[in-house]
Design a protein around this ligand. Sequence first.
Ligand code: NAG
Ligand code: NAG
Ligand code: NAG
Ligand code: NAG
Ligand code: NAG
Ligand code: NAG
Ligand code: NAG
Ligand code: NAG
Ligand code: NAG
Ligand code: NAG
Ligand code: NAG
Length: 860
Amino acid sequence: MDSNNIIWKRKYVFAMMLSTLCMMCSCCNERDKEILLKFKEGVTDPSGLLSSWKQEQDCCQWKGVTCHNITARVIHLTLSCDYYDVEEDEEYNSQKCLAGDIILSLLDMEYLQHLDLSYNDFSTISADSTVNSSTLNYIDLSYNNNLFIKSLEWLSQISSLEYIDLSNINLHMETNWLHWMTVLPSLVELYLESCKLEDISPSLEYANFSTSLQYINLYDNYFHSELPKWIFNLSSHVLKIDLSRNYFMGQLPNTLPNLHSLTWLALHDNYLNGSIPDWIGQLQYLAGLSIHDNYFSGSLPTNLGNLSSLNILMADGNLFTGVVSERNFAKLKNLKYLFFESPYITFDFDPLWIPPFQLERLYIGPLHPTLPQWLYTQTSLYFLLIQDSKFSFESANNNNNFWRFASTVQHLKLYNNTIEGDLSEAFLNSSIIVLTSNNFKGSLPRLSSNVVFFQVNNSSLSGSISRLLCHSKKSNNNLQYLDLSDNNLSGGLTDCWMNWKSLRYVNLGGNNLSGNIPPSMGFLSNLTSLHLHENNLSGDISSSSLQYCRSLSILNVRENSFSGNIPKWMPQSIRIVQLRSNKFIGNIPIQICQMPFLIVLDIAYNRISGHIPKCLNNITSFVDMHYSTSWIFYKFFDGRDFFTYRDDLILLVKGQQSKYDSNLKLIRMVDLSSNNLTGTMSPQLFSLSQLHFLNLSHNRLTGTIPKEIGNMTQLESLDLSKNELTGQIPESISSLSFLDNLNLSFNNLSGQIPSGTQLQSFSELSYIGNVDLCGPPLPKNCSNHGDDTKTLGENDDDGDESDFLSSLYMGLGVGFAVGFWGVCGAIFFSRKCRHAYFRFLYDLRDRFYVLLLTNLNSFH
Ligand SMILES: *[C@@H]1O[C@H](CO)[C@@H](O)[C@H](O)[C@H]1NC(C)=O
Ligand SMILES: *[C@@H]1O[C@H](CO)[C@@H](O)[C@H](O)[C@H]1NC(C)=O
Ligand SMILES: *[C@@H]1O[C@H](CO)[C@@H](O)[C@H](O)[C@H]1NC(C)=O
Ligand SMILES: *[C@@H]1O[C@H](CO)[C@@H](O)[C@H](O)[C@H]1NC(C)=O
Ligand SMILES: *[C@@H]1O[C@H](CO)[C@@H](O)[C@H](O)[C@H]1NC(C)=O
Ligand SMILES: *[C@@H]1O[C@H](CO)[C@@H](O)[C@H](O)[C@H]1NC(C)=O
Ligand SMILES: *[C@@H]1O[C@H](CO)[C@@H](O)[C@H](O)[C@H]1NC(C)=O
Ligand SMILES: *[C@@H]1O[C@H](CO)[C@@H](O)[C@H](O)[C@H]1NC(C)=O
Ligand SMILES: *[C@@H]1O[C@H](CO)[C@@H](O)[C@H](O)[C@H]1NC(C)=O
Ligand SMILES: *[C@@H]1O[C@H](CO)[C@@H](O)[C@H](O)[C@H]1NC(C)=O
Ligand SMILES: *[C@@H]1O[C@H](CO)[C@@H](O)[C@H](O)[C@H]1NC(C)=O
């Protein structure tokens, strides 16, 4: 002890002397400084992150630089960018981060051990000499999303490397990555997530990785093959393997691999099939097994229940069959997460079974015909999702017991079940409650002030909403999201909204509600989305309390009996105005032109008269492609995690109702059809270059179609039918290459349909009812023009391709029920953590969802 103490003291005195010295001279090694300044030269630094990097300063004091406390040589360089733009969903914004070139001569700093440049926006990496480092053991260049590295040979020369993270760097040209990684003698952790890797040498039996290798992560690459043989022949020291979200197919090997110490095996989101081999039950240290979203079949091996270390079991989204009982979980005393849902499975639990575990998260289904009793033993349950089940509670007592239990779960989801339950007497207390698509009867439950998110859409609830809204006179409610759509609710909107001021989203659509907008709705100053569609509501909105809801972005009252004028008070923030199928009268107010974010203006099927305002081209998002692209999303906290939730909307486009959710932000639409509009269509109307859908049909518009229509290059659908338009169809229409729906029928148009264009690819129905119109596709010949039959071929093909593309972009996602993960989660701690967590939990099910995001991003 004493001698240690003395040594320590000496060291301390020495260090003190050094630090005193430091105050007098510069500590920084000149060579290190020179290298760092050279690196800085090639870097673009929009936010001045490197502003402390000045020649005259000690480089050991520069941001991101750490020197050894005795030798004063640079040992760490950490310039990870953690700028995160919450406004942009889970997209993060690296615009404020470092960009440019990473020079590998950084590695010439002879004592550098740790290099972290992750989450920046570097685009190139360059070496002007051979890489020579014998000290670097940690390199993290991950999430430089625009970085493309052709070869990893240089990396293989740094024999001291123990930790490599190149996730989200494009490595698709590097077909030899496996070789370069296996020559590193000290490698412990390897992360190559989302690197676009293709070749994994599936038939190689043995990959000579360092015997120290513990983690190998190849999540989300482009491997299309059987699982590689070498993976199951890695050394028995390997602890974690992640091959999830690839295109692996075939089966797991039959024989127990070498991997005795494995603690984490992730194979989810692949195309694996066959049954789960028995040897899984012998991986005694396994803490996490994630095999969800594959095609695994057969029954679950019984000896899985031997895995007493198992913490996380995620096996939903497969084709398992057979009976699952308590035997499958017999010894899982450490289980915290159990995700096991499979349509063909039968759960058969002993009613007296008391599980050895206390779960935190449970996703289970189908449960039939009753709820397993052991559920009630799970008193630590934080998250409960029951899906595709069919049961009734048999007695009122059971019903009440269930809701009492459910109220102890913070995050409750009963999704797509046939649960015969009665919510009338329930008093719900979870933060997040999603009861979508069940068979609930009775009236609405009461909510505690703890509830933040309440969704009970698509059920059979009846009665008045006052039960829910008026029972609490307190104003400390935290409810932000209320969705009661598609039930049988009736009565008025009640005047109790002043107790629910935190509401941001209200959806009461698809019920039998009647009456006016009550005054107390004006208290909802944070209300962003209001959906009242498909009810029987009436009264004059333009003078209603909604004018005080200054945060409103989405106003959807379609299919009601509202009357009066179109409101002039729309807040600046408005993005979607959907008033179709009501009894609105009067003119279109020019105030609408002052709404820069407006993307959907749908006032069809009303009694609007007067002219179409000329100023619509003042609406910025209709003319500027880069405007209004960030989207409203709601962020919720369930006590542990943040969730984001997007809005969605049914739009009638091209004669079809389609649901738009994450792609809603890309839509630009004006529908003024079936009103009583008069006057001509101004050329300004046709300068809305970003518009996708324009419908002015069934009005009394006169005049000609201006040639400026050729400027609407994004137009996919144009309907001007049933008006009184005259003149010729302008040739410029044919330059609308995305147009796949055209209706000019029943006007007084004349002359020849411009020939030799994709205008001929539309059917006759697009043009009929114009007595003086002629030429193909109409049967009527144009007597003055002999050259009708010009070649049509090439343009037809163009038309088809753009059809395809546009329907791909616009239609994407329509069919993808956002499912139980509809809440697309993100956690807002450090970026790294957020990613890891996001991956781990939420990215689970929604392969499509992520694909969708990717596609839409590349569309930009
Ligand atoms: C110097 O750094 C070493 C580790 O690198 C640490 O153990 C030691 O406490 C440090 N000494 C001082 C005086 O900070
Ligand atoms: C690599 O660096 C070491 C000192 O760090 C030096 O001795 C050696 O010659 C260098 N090798 C090459 C090829 O530059
Ligand atoms: C594992 O690798 C060894 C070579 O080290 C080889 O002999 C053996 O066949 C491999 N086993 C499997 C199952 O591929
Ligand atoms: C694996 O690599 C080590 C050096 O890293 C070498 O000694 C050994 O011979 C190699 N084994 C095989 C089977 O290639
Ligand atoms: C597994 O999938 C492959 C094709 O990927 C197929 O040939 C094979 O029959 C399937 N096996 C089982 C057991 O379903
Ligand atoms: C594992 O489970 C099987 C079947 O349930 C059982 O026979 C075996 O004894 C258990 N123990 C071990 C260590 O495999
Ligand atoms: C409205 O939103 C703001 C900002 O998000 C928040 O600070 C405020 O508490 C909200 N108001 C109510 C009544 O919840
Ligand atoms: C056009 O927009 C600007 C700002 O968005 C607004 O000040 C102006 O009044 C608008 N013009 C018309 C005619 O609405
Ligand atoms: C349309 O407007 C005209 C006046 O411009 C009016 O006479 C007519 O009744 C209106 N039609 C409808 C259906 O409202
Ligand atoms: C629109 O079209 C007209 C005539 O086709 C053209 O003169 C004008 O430059 C185009 N662009 C805009 C932005 O109006
Ligand atoms: C809901 O259940 C029905 C039938 O049980 C099924 O067809 C549908 O795919 C399910 N929806 C979701 C989102 O799971």
